[in-house]
Design a protein around this ligand. Structure first.
Ligand code: MIG
Length: 744
């Protein structure tokens, strides 16, 4: 490769549309001369094999921070030749180092296997039949030609005959997963790296258990602060304090529930991070206090790029402390982003993360509630990385646009080419941000939102899927995309409701809210062009229907909090493909326009223009489903052609469920005092009801209430655990509609 040619600025769209490289069939000479080891652990009842590869010249495996610290999973090293051992556990698996900076795995894929996971893919649910590159990329055009997007989560699941197996390739370097794209029944994984890595294979088990094992390894999300589960309103950008005040007033005046207002890049002084613009936000702190009086939280965006400005303190400091990325010649790497020419913190170094966390105190001192990390792939206006998939191997460090200093092992930093660790950049920024929040408010659950992410991100941040558009196709795609993100270990996820780019129509906004109230992360956001997209921006009819939907979201908060608790227990995502609960049901296998929201609620939204009806598939012969709104009942085990007028709630409740509902409210500040009504679906039911204070970490030490509920013969029995007490009232709504108060 000629130095310099791969990284010249070029037109993104053209590149991403260039013909795909043909997969190489050449068999390479085996050049591997390093060390291998194979180990086994039983995790959540799943046999997990770890195949570690240390190429020649490397002394230790680099850490990617993907594994949860303190998860004491003990791997037993297996005797025997590691490669033969791997073939034994993964039939017909071949492994080879084919070039100095290229490794390959391949193994056969059962004919009917469904492929899932791999984080954020522009794909329908089944990832099979395509090549998927994992190299975090700010690709603003999500379409059929898209390959890499913002996140890189190298965890792939293969579901076959009701059981799943999976692999997790723990390396932050670019990877390509060819999932039978040549229709020859092969999975081929290429890793473009010169460094060591571990390849985990999860042996066949039920999908629920595979997800439990993967999240036991890479960690589970802490419970989010309750306010972050409420409705969030964002735009690029609300330009000044007065606009923000007016926005808050409008929400409350119109009684549209909302917890959080979000400030995009224009709150800053000329896009300098850790500042606010004195002209447009003269009293930033005062504004936040004022909003708080009305029960609004403020979240601000933070980008990694630091403006190259010799008079800017942050730039001076980072330079002096030597915390910015440098190129092979030792020059600080400069590229353009929103602040103009900028430099980029080397988050791979602990010192940088500590420094960043200190700087973030600016926001917490002002009263900001959460931080939204954007552009952290990292994105550049000039340097382009696509298409990695055309590389034969990873370019030498010196040929990469810059280097990073990796001290992830806790030792002396090693210099590595940026691409070796690029997929980690966003996650490392989030780790710093999470620590900053904990330092600022010990004992309070942080809220961090991120665009770029690597495996394990769920420990530090929620994610959203970047720049979707106000297109029906993007509304439709949000389902399978979020489902695969969830199966990849990340429960707290959402997409911009209404779409980020282009212009959302009134009809589309409502359809998006109909399903959006079931996205774990629930935020309306759009760009600066096009029309306003707040739920009240489209006239009275839309406003009224949107209000009802958002109110419903708030009523569901007890259920949603319970789902996050369940995630902590089992690793289960909140949004689950039907096959998660019905793996033997052929109709469920390929269903990507419906999903389960927890085990009890099935969501089947309308996602087409001018469509007033749709087929809804309800699983399980012999069971009965009830519409969440309106209490109409439908038989399970077949499809129903249902009328779904605008503003409809497209959700159905499983027979035997008991759902907890809060009263409607304007913000989660009212949650504590709301009554909770347990509604029974069917003549008997059972459920676990979970609650806690919604803000602290007390739940780790018993500061929660967990009720085992069982209903039969008109009687509700409850068994309680934990020592969290509330003063709210609880009601039971029986199947005949009759409502009575229940005592603790
Ligand atoms: O280059 O901060 O995905 O949500 O509004 C665009 C401006 C940068 C991209 C994010 C989007 C955000 C926008 N950002």
């Amino acid at each position: 490769m000629e130095a310099g040619t791969e990284f010249v600025p070029s037109d993104f769209t053209r590149l991403s549309r260039s013909p795909r490289p043909v997969f190489k069939r050449k068999v390479y000479d085996d050049i591997f001369q390093g060390r291998l080891s194979l180990a086994l652990a039983e995790v959540e009842g799943v046999k997990v094999y770890r195949f570690s590869v240390l190429p020649k010249g490397e002394n230790s495996l680099p850490s990617t921070h993907a594994l949860a610290p303190g998860s004491d999973i003990a791997f037993d090293v297996l005797a025997g030749d590691a490669r033969l051992g791997l073939a034994k556990v993964l039939p017909a698996c071949t492994f080879q180092q084919s070039l100095k900076a290229r490794f390959e795995f391949s193994f056969p894929l059962a004919k009917t296997a469904v492929c899932l996971g791999l984080g954020e893919r522009y794909s329908s649910l089944n990832l099979r039949g395509a090549r998927h590159t994992l190299c975090s990329t700010d690709n603003p055009n999500h379409d059929e030609s898209s390959d890499s997007l913002y996140k890189a989560i190298p965890f792939a699941i293969f579901l076959e005959d009701g059981l799943a197996s999976a692999c997790f390739l723990d390396s932050a370097a670019p990877q390509i997963y060819d999932l039978d794209s040549e229709l020859d029944g092969q999975v081929r994984i290429e890793l473009l790296s010169a460094r060591g890595f571990s390849f985990y294979y999860f042996d066949r088990a039920p999908l629920t258990q595979i997800v439990a094992a993967y999240t036991a390894l890479t960690g589970r999300s802490e419970l989010p602060p309750r306010w972050a589960l409420g409705h969030q309103q964002s735009r690029w950008s609300y330009p000044d304090a007065e606009t923000v005040r007016e926005l808050a007033r409008e929400f409350r005046r119109r009684r549209i529930p909302c917890d959080t207002l979000v400030l995009d890049i224009d709150y800053m002084d000329d896009y300098r991070v850790f500042t606010s613009d004195k002209g447009r936000f003269p009293d930033f702190k005062g504004l936040i206090e004022e909003l708080a009086r009305d029960n609004f939280r403020l979240v601000t965006i933070v980008d990694p790029g630091v403006k190259l400005d010799k008079d800017y303190k942050i730039y001076q400091e980072g330079l002096k402390l030597d915390l910015f990325c440098r190129d092979a010649k030792g020059e600080v790497f400069v590229d353009r982003v929103w602040p103009g020419r900028s430099v980029f913190p080397d988050f791979q170094m602990e010192a940088t993360r500590k420094w960043w966390a200190e700087k973030l105190q600016f926001y917490y001192e002002c009263g900001v509630s959460g931080i939204w990390n954007d552009m952290n792939e990292p994105a550049f206006f000039d340097t382009r990385f696509i298409p990695v998939s055309s590389f034969e191997e990873l370019p030498e460090a010196g040929e990469q646009p810059f280097l990073q200093r990796d001290d992830a092992d806790g030792g002396e930093p090693t210099s590595v080419g940026h691409l070796e660790v690029r997929n980690l950049y966003g996650s490392m920024m989030c780790e710093a941000t999470y620590e900053a929040a904990l330092a600022a408010r010990p004992g309070e659950r942080p809220f961090v939102l991120t665009r770029s992410a690597f495996a394990g991100i769920q420990r530090h941040a929620a994610v959203w899927l970047g720049d979707n558009k106000s297109w029906w196709e993007h509304l439709r795609k949000s389902l399978p995309m979020l489902l695969n993100v969830g199966l990849s270990g990340v429960p707290f996820a959402g997409v911009d409701i209404g779409g980020f780019g282009e212009t959302c129509s009134p009809e589309m906004l409502l359809r998006w809210y109909e399903v959006g109230i079931f996205f774990p992360f629930f935020r309306n956001h759009c760009w600066l062009k096009g029309r306003a997209q707040e739920p009240f921006a489209y006239g009275a009819t839309v406003e009224e229907k949107a209000r009802r939907l958002i109110e419903l979201r708030y009523s569901l908060l007890p259920y949603i909090s319970g789902l996050f608790h369940e995630h902590r227990q089992t690793g289960a995502p909140l949004m689950r493909p039907l096959l998660y609960h019905y793996p033997q049901d052929a109709m469920a296998l390929n269903c990507h326009d419906q999903f389960m929201f927890g085990a009890d609620i099935l969501v089947a939204p309308v996602m087409e223009r001018a469509q007033t009806h749709r087929y809804v598939y309800l699983p399980e012969v012999g069971s009965q489903w009830t519409s969440l709104v309106g209490d109409k009942t439908y038989e399970g085990g077949r499809s129903h052609y249902l009328e779904m007028p605008l503003g409809t709630c497209p959700a159905f409740v499983r027979e035997g469920a008991i759902l907890p509902f809060a009263d409607a409210m304007q913000s989660t500040a009212e949650y504590e005092h709301s009554a909770i009504t347990f509604k029974v679906y069917g003549q008997q039911g059972s459920a676990v009801f979970y609650e806690d204070d919604g803000k602290s970490f007390d739940y780790r030490e018993g500061g929660f209430a967990q009720w085992q509920l069982a209903y039969s013969d008109g009687f509700l029995s409850r068994l309680m655990g934990g020592h969290y007490k509330t003063s709210r009232r609880y009601f039971l709504q029986k199947p005949d509609g009759f409502k009575i108060q229940v005592q603790l």
